[in-house]
Design a protein around this ligand. Sequence first.
Ligand code: GDP
Ligand code: MG
Length: 596
Amino acid sequence: MEHIRNFSIIAHIDHGKSTLSDRLIQAVHIVADRDFKDQILDTMDIERERGITIKSQTVCLPYTAKNGKTYSLNLIDTPGHVDFSYEVSRALASCEGAFLLVDASQGAEAQTLANLYLAMEHNLEVIPVINKIDLPSADIERVREQIEDDLGLDPERVILTSAKEGIGIEDVLEAAVNFLPPPKGDPDKPLRALIFDSHYDPFRGTIVHFRVFDGRIKAGDTIQFMSNNARYKVEEVGIFQIVRKPRKVLSAGDVGYMIAGIKTVSDTSCGDTITLKSNPCDAPMPGFRESKPVVFSSIYPVASDEYEDLAVGLEKLKLNDSALIYEKDSSAALGFGFRCGFLGLLHLEVVQERLEREYDLSLILTAPSVQYEITLNDGEVMIIDNPSLYPDPSNILMTREPYIRAAIIVPDRYMGAVMKLCLDRRGINRNYQYLTRDRLEMIFELPLAEVIYDFYDKLKSVTQGYGSFDYDILEFRETDLVKLDILINGERVDALSQLVHRDRAVERGRRACEKLKEEIPRQMYKIAIQGAIGAKIVARTTISPFRKDVTAKCYGGDITRKRKLLEKQKKGKKRMKMVGQVEIPQSAFLSVLKTE
Ligand code: GDP
Ligand code: MG
């Protein structure tokens, strides 16, 4: 164990974490140079394109230090977005240390601090790294001061790197050896290993990623998950070096994987403890924050004959993403689809993108909703997240909606802007405190429904990117809800309905009508768009038809021509959905929620 170091690199997005990880991997020569592609740990296409890391990846770096000894440096990659903070937490729980990367020209930013707090919560040894020192705009001294004053870290420890130019890479490896503590634990005690991730391999089934805290695990052992007492026979254990490298045994301090005939990823849960059936440990590892879906939306294929493909796509995604939940759903306007639960909006977008890209589907997502608790006059309590299940208001005794406790960290010059944003979203300011000279933590209680759509983007924009946001779910609180319907040419389009607070309903109805007017292209005839609460119309707009001369050629029911057009469209990616007589573009379904 003296020769093991388990650590993560944490940073604000774009400060160079992936690039530095690449350099570390190159430095220890576990991948032949000709096989090397940039950002080797970001395996999903979406991660590469957007430059965000979603699934954490681990790599074991064999490193011979200047002291002549060879070490196993386990680098555990972490994602960098609030939706995925449970994954950051999981990864950090398996580490003893972390490198905190700060961009030499940008300085510390919101997520730098948020990630530092997470690392401190896990009692990690944190080593500051100033990256991008090659940039002409690098201001190393200012950032060094910030590290001391704002982050409270030892400026003497700072390592200077340029991940891009490969400067300071060896200093990082040496610091891991010399300044990060080796893991503690006892290989002779009963097995206690913590699951921090799992993924699905089409050939081998579920691959469980874990950190061994005590004991040993090897092929042939019968293991037991402490949460549900499920037992499996271990087929293979090993370590990650971009590819899986089987090992005879993993023992206290090691980070690696296990294959044990586990059918789907949902049979394992991150945060669970693995022990041995024959010699179990007495207490599990402290668990993590559970990852529970909080945002719900329905997914429909634009072309109804793609329903089966959508079903297959979801099933496959689910193998890798245990946080995703779904069940069958149907809509009068959109046909058959699935009601899905997500961790947050980014999670929703990632799932949508992966389905569209990897399974070549064109999808419609309905307005995301939280779950509401509705008590009926007869005492029955129902939990609903789908506007189509909203009961007749005259039967409702009380409705309650989920609240969150939001912790927002910002430089104090943005205090007023953040306050306004949160009060506008029905928030209650509970508390604030200075963390450093000019950085503030503000605590709000907010209805979850008010943050799911564009709150995070808004926070970013009113704080010029400096606001960080983290939340915990509190409880359900009483609220006054109504169902806002949208009628197109007099027809209620169920997929456009949403549940909104009564005080917001009229304004929301107006916005939704305006948005739809922008989104729906002109057609042959006039289109009336109305917002309604029950029988009462609260907003309306109209889209005027094409002028006659433009449409003369295809107007008048040239059926064959129309059909040809339709078929042609079917071949390409379909982006429009016929609802009644009106073609509604895919993007319109989410636009009804936009607040501006
Ligand atoms: P991540 O979001 O923290 O993983 O950041 P990336 O590693 O994806 O880097 C973000 C951007 O910064 C990329 O365009 C990198 O090429 C660039 N970058 C990373 N390290 C350096 C560096 O040391 N110097 C310079 N000039 N650019 C860098
Ligand atoms: Mg990255």
